[in-house]
Design a protein around this ligand. Structure first.
Ligand SMILES: [Ca+2]
Ligand SMILES: [Ca+2]
Length: 238
């Protein structure tokens, strides 16, 4: 009997079920030089669900996150699907070259990790991780994240402080760096939003200009441009 039990536990140790719980230390680093992340939403969830998907149209929850930094609807949806969430681990904005840490003990079945947060200043740009499979083997894992465009708002690169954060209202709601200008004519027309695919896609980046009171963009190409990847996630599976 004892031998049977030992064999059973040995088999369990050698072939961990992918649905098992996991204890995770999660760190997120903003790799950009001049972009801020709004409060992050991190979710562990079943393989069948997503916060967002590249190539798919953004729903209202993704739009609210990408245009205004509001993750409430995404959080509600993830939890309704059985997921676990951590909202705002940094306690506010995550500035350039800064990192934040959190921990998460997943329950069985929540085998995927996702993350989303708006990038400021952008029209509808966000940093995202979609459904990364949480490894069952203990270790330290690193994932570099791209910036996505929700495809819901034209990338005018025009500031509309405060008001621009409402879904469907054109304009960038804020620039925490304080380096944005004004008086731009718009890199693209606000409507119709036909200069980009109206699905989630890799963001083209900020173009900006060097004219603080005119030009096409309110963004400053000397500080607001970025290249992918824009963030690094380190996950320690214990
Ligand atoms: Ca866009
Ligand atoms: Ca300008």
């Amino acid at each position: 009997m004892k031998r049977k039990l030992m064999l059973a536990s040995l088999v369990a140790a050698l072939s961990p079920l992918s649905s098992q719980a996991a204890s995770l230390d999660i760190s997120v680093t903003n790799l950009t030089g001049g972009i801020y992340f709004t409060p992050l939403l991190i979710a562990a969830h079943p393989a069948t669900t997503h916060l967002f998907q590249a190539g798919k149209a953004a729903g209202a929850a993704v739009q609210a996150m990408a245009e205004g930094g509001d993750t409430a609807a995404l959080k509600t949806a993830a939890e309704a699907a059985g997921g676990q969430t951590i909202a705002n681990p940094a306690g506010g904005l995550l500035g350039p070259a800064l990192a934040t840490q959190t921990t998460l003990t997943t329950t069985a079945g929540n085998t995927r990790l996702s993350l989303a947060a708006m990038m400021l200043p952008t029209n509808d740009g966000f940093v995202g991780l979609d459904g990364w499979e949480i490894p069952t083997a203990p270790g330290t894992y690193t994932i570099d994240l791209n910036a996505y465009d929700a495809g819901t708002e034209a990338n005018t690169e025009l500031m509309n402080a405060g008001a621009g954060g409402a879904p469907g209202v054109p304009g960038i709601p804020g620039d925490p760096s304080g380096k944005a200008g004004s008086g731009g004519t718009g890199v693209v027309a606000a409507t119709p939003n036909n200069a980009e695919p109206n699905v989630v896609h890799i963001h083209r980046g900020a173009l900006g200009d060097t004219n603080a009171t005119g030009g096409t963009s309110d963004l400053d190409s000397r500080s607001h441009r970025w290249l992918n990847p824009v963030a690094r996630v380190t996950v320690v599976v214990k």
